[in-house]
Design a protein around this ligand. Sequence first.
Ligand SMILES: [Zn+2]
Ligand SMILES: [Zn+2]
Ligand SMILES: [Zn+2]
Length: 115
Amino acid sequence: MPLVNCPECSRQVSTAADACPQCGHPMQPASPAPVGPKCHACAAAATTRCQRCGALSCVQHLQSIYVMHGRGAYELRCERCYSDAKFFKALSGVLFGVFILLLLLFLLVQLFLGT
Ligand SMILES: [Zn+2]
Ligand SMILES: [Zn+2]
Ligand SMILES: [Zn+2]
């Protein structure tokens, strides 16, 4: 049976041993090191994260969107936060349109009934 030197206590240990019988140092190569955090949407390693909810993500599953808080800036969003932001953008667009319409209507009514 081949012997190797324990890196911990430098005694000879069988390569078949799971751990050094002297000091308990593990002798078997550790199972593949856990890869870094995974993307929330796929199996790729996460390299970045959503700037809204903090979801870990790969590059493909983040979208950059222009947000209007502060001076306005591009932020990276996961797909869910991205569609949320899109929805609110659309919603505020519609609300703004309705507001303008009501304003015009109000002005027209003033024009016809006024004075
Ligand atoms: Zn040892
Ligand atoms: Zn991904
Ligand atoms: Zn998110």
